[in-house]
Design a protein around this ligand. Structure first.
Ligand SMILES: Cc1cc2nc3c(=O)[nH]c(=O)nc-3n(C[C@H](O)[C@H](O)[C@H](O)COP(=O)(O)OP(=O)(O)OC[C@H]3O[C@@H](n4cnc5c(N)ncnc54)[C@H](O)[C@@H]3O)c2cc1C
Length: 333
């Protein structure tokens, strides 16, 4: 029987604060893995899954019906480095004989998979929204391309498939019955590339109360139509517990930081709900948000391109529509 290795998606201790260390995308990956033929093994990279963190992780695994947790560390090295993670995952693949490695899609995991692919000769499919395994055991990753206008199904012919899943593509579901989780430790050897790096210092990224853009379930995006006033966009995002995004026009104008840019040259998002206000829906923007589950557009121009691909459209002035939406949602709570 083949093994599916799921790389648990965990926040660094300092970013998690008192909150959970596992991102919700871990449950999405585990639910997907459970649907596929084979034994599922969850991998935690690093040695810090101890005490309360270990309880949290095994709790999620038990609920997801995944009975095996592998804690993989490369002793003495910084697990934040991609080269170190590659050593850890390569060792986990060897230990488990995995034929499929699943991880959340992010810039970091795509770099990790690329390096691992070079090292192992594996086939890589990134940014998929689904994975299947055909009768011959071939892993097939499905992904949207060309700004979401085409779906492609990519079969991996190599013995090992490395696949990254876009957040929110899968609805996490608990297993029919919880299971006991066994924890195993694996110490991986450091490669020359990993051992050659010494981390001298780190600067924590400033944190906000809002969720991270790339993994938020709700994203409210402001475009040129905001005319520089992101107040109503931020208000609606906060009412919905979502993140704030922007078009390149808005970031180039300096109305909001470049880290908020959604699109081909910005962050790729796949929230359950995308709300675009004063956004025309240009192809470069669409390329980064086409995988959103439900798209709502607010634009005063009824001929704006975004109305051709949104699920719900409101023709109106965002300075009126956004505050009205926020007030209505608050009133209904
Ligand atoms: C190589 C390249 C890469 C790019 N990468 C990206 C990228 O990553 N992300 C990105 O976003 N763009 C990117 N762009 C730019 C992209 O092509 C568009 O120019 C940009 O997305 C348009 O932003 P916008 O929708 O805010 O502005 P516009 O296209 O100007 O649209 C503004 C919209 O707001 C509406 N509006 C105006 N006032 C109001 C109001 N009061 N109420 C409601 N609606 C109103 C207008 O009707 C209009 O539809 C890239 C371009 C290039 C060439």
């Amino acid at each position: 029987m083949s093994t599916i290795l799921v790389l648990l998606d965990h926040l660094p201790t300092e970013a998690a604060g008192d909150g959970p260390r596992l991102r919700s995308t871990s449950a999405e990956l585990l639910t997907l893995a459970r649907r596929l033929p084979g034994e599922v093994v969850a991998a935690w990279i690093g040695s810090d899954a101890q005490g309360g963190v270990l309880d949290e992780v095994t709790g999620v695994l038990a609920e997801q019906g995944v009975a095996s947790l592998l804690r993989v560390d490369v002793p003495g090295l910084d697990h934040g480095l991609t080269a170190v993670q590659v050593d850890a995952v390569a060792a986990a693949v060897e230990e488990t004989g995995a034929s499929l490695v699943l991880a959340r899609s992010s810039f970091e995991t795509k770099e990790l998979m690329a390096r691992l692919g070079v090292r192992t000769g594996a086939g890589i499919v990134s940014d998929v929204y689904d994975v299947t395994v055909d009768d011959a055991g071939v892993v097939v990753g499905s992904k949207a391309v060309l700004a979401g206008s085409w779906s492609t199904h990519c079969a991996v012919r190599a013995p090992l498939a490395l696949v990254t899943l876009r957040p929110h593509s899968i609805l996490p579901e608990p297993a029919p019955a919880p299971v006991e989780v066994a924890v195993h430790d694996l110490h991986a050897e450091a490669s020359r590339a990993a051992a050659a790096v010494t981390v001298l210092s780190r600067n924590a990224r400033p944190t906000s109360e809002r969720p991270e853009l790339a993994e938020a379930e709700v994203v409210v995006v402001g475009g040129r139509g905001t005319n520089g006033d992101f107040g109503p966009v931020e208000e609606l995002a906060d009412v919905l517990g979502g993140a704030v995004g922007a078009t390149r026009v808005a970031t180039d104008e300096g109305w909001i930081g470049h880290e908020a840019q959604v699109g081909q040259t910005g962050v790729t998002i796949s929230p359950r709900l995308y709300i675009g206000a004063g956004v025309s829906g240009a192809v470069h923007h669409r390329g980064g948000m086409a995988a959103s589950v439900t798209v709502v557009a607010i634009n005063e121009d009824p001929d704006a391109p975004i109305f051709e691909f949104c699920d719900y459209g409101i023709v109106g002035d965002l300075t009126e529509v956004l505050p009205a939406l926020s007030a209505e949602i608050r009133a209904r709570r």
